[in-house]
Structures are given as C-alpha cells and as structure tokens.
Design a protein around this ligand. Structure first.
Ligand code: PRP
Length: 209
C-alpha cells in the first residue's frame, strides 16, 4: 500500500487527477462528503487530504509515503524528505512587497512581516541587511499599510492581493511550484512502486510543457 498525502483544495484536485491518469484511481474520493481518507485496495493506494502546509510533516514522519507540497514549505521548514519531481503546478513566487511609495533606507533596520521567517532571514542575510522579523500567520498585506512593517515577504500568484491593497513587488526571491516528495525510508523499501508512480507523473508533466 502506498500512502499519499494530498494538499486539500484546488491544487490537490489537480494532483489527484494526475495520479488517476497514472492508473491509481480511487473513485470514492469524488463523493461529496467530508471524509479525509480514501483507499483503493486493488490498486494498493490510499489518499489523505491534509492542510497543504502539513503535507511535508506527514511525509517526513512516514505517515505518508509520498505527498505533494509547495517549494515554499520545503524552503521554509527544510523537512527531511526526498524531493522527487517538480509538478509544474501551483506556480507562484516568493517576493518582497511594499507600499508603492516605499523607499529603502539602508541605514535603518528593515521591518519585515512574514509567515516565511526562514526564507526571509536567509534572503536578507545574503544581502547583509539588518532586519527585524515580525511573524504573522495570515493577511500579511495589512502590515505595511498599518505601519507594522516596512515590507512583507509573501507568496504572489496573480498579484491581485497586492494590487487591491496598494502594494507592489519590490523583488522576487524565488519561484515556487508544487513538488512531489517522498519519505526517505519509504523510498528505500517501496522504491519500485514509488518509481512507477513518479515515472508516469513525470511523463504527464513533460507532455504538459
Ligand atoms: C496567498 C498569499 C497572498 C495571496 C497571493 O495567500 O499569502 O495573500 O495568496 O495571491 P494573488 O497574488 O493571486 O493575489 P493564500 O490564499 O494562500 O492564503 P493565506 O492567507 O493563508 O496565506
């Protein structure tokens, strides 16, 4: 049995469709209910819907053999997992954003609001810039508007959230997309099954390019 942690939401549905095309369908997953675990014993596959930011925790600890999570989570938390494949889905970027009239005074410590503390620290350390991190859990875009921070480090997809809050991208830190990851022990002991899934999904990704 291969246990797969899927990120709940639109991305997860696209990812499930790839597994389905790879021959690992589980029709009960499409029933409209609030169940979170679905299994197709004949195909030897079990799916769970988990919060996107929790996928790497399930995989790292072996509760899931494989899973799909954003590169943002891999960069921020450095989970001890194998990153097997870029799915080319859920594409966005990690960026620094600020109010339109923002001027960066290098003499002052920069106040940075973010959920992605490690990514932000790493980025500014590489520029030798002193920062003061303000860790928030959501609605990060409000911070510069209320003067809580000078800039934010956050995910930008369409740019709509920034635009509607009169903010703009100052700098892109790194492009982000969804990655297929595997538990290290599972990859060792279930290599053949996991490789089979990865190869089929890799072909789909390449054909979509
Ligand atoms: C992310 C991010 C931005 C938004 C950017 O939030 O924090 O708020 O998406 O998308 P856009 O550029 O298309 O407007 P998300 O919806 O993932 O939820 P969160 O607030 O929990 O981070």
């Amino acid at each position: 049995m291969i246990n797969v942690a899927l990120p709940k939401g639109r991305l997860g549905e696209k990812v499930y469709a790839m597994f389905e095309r790879a021959g690992y369908e589980c029709p009960s997953i499409k029933e409209n209910n609030r169940k979170l675990i679905f299994e197709n014993a004949d195909k030897g596959i079990r799916y769970f819907w988990v919060k996107p930011s929790d996928v790497s925790i399930y995989v790292e600890r072996g509760a899931a053999d494989i899973g799909v999570c954003g590169k943002d989570i891999l960069l921020e938390y450095s989970p001890d997992v194998y990153e097997l494949l870029d799915l080319n889905l859920g594409k966005c970027r990690m960026a620094v954003a600020a109010k339109r009239d923002f001027y960066d005074d290098n003499q002052k410590t920069l106040k940075v609001a973010t959920k992605f503390v490690n990514i932000a620290r790493g980025f500014y350390a590489s520029k030798c810039r002193d920062i003061d991190i303000i860790k928030l859990n959501g609605s990060i875009e409000i911070a510069p508007i209320l003067g809580l921070s000078d800039v934010i480090v956050d995910i930008v997809e369409t740019g709509t959230t920034l635009k509607e809050n009169n903010l703009e991208v100052v700098e892109t830190i790194v492009p982000i997309s969804a990655r297929l990851v595997a538990n290290k022990a599972s990859f060792k002991f279930k290599t053949e099954e996991i490789e089979k899934i990865v190869e089929s999904i890799r072909e789909q990704v390449e054909n979509n390019d």
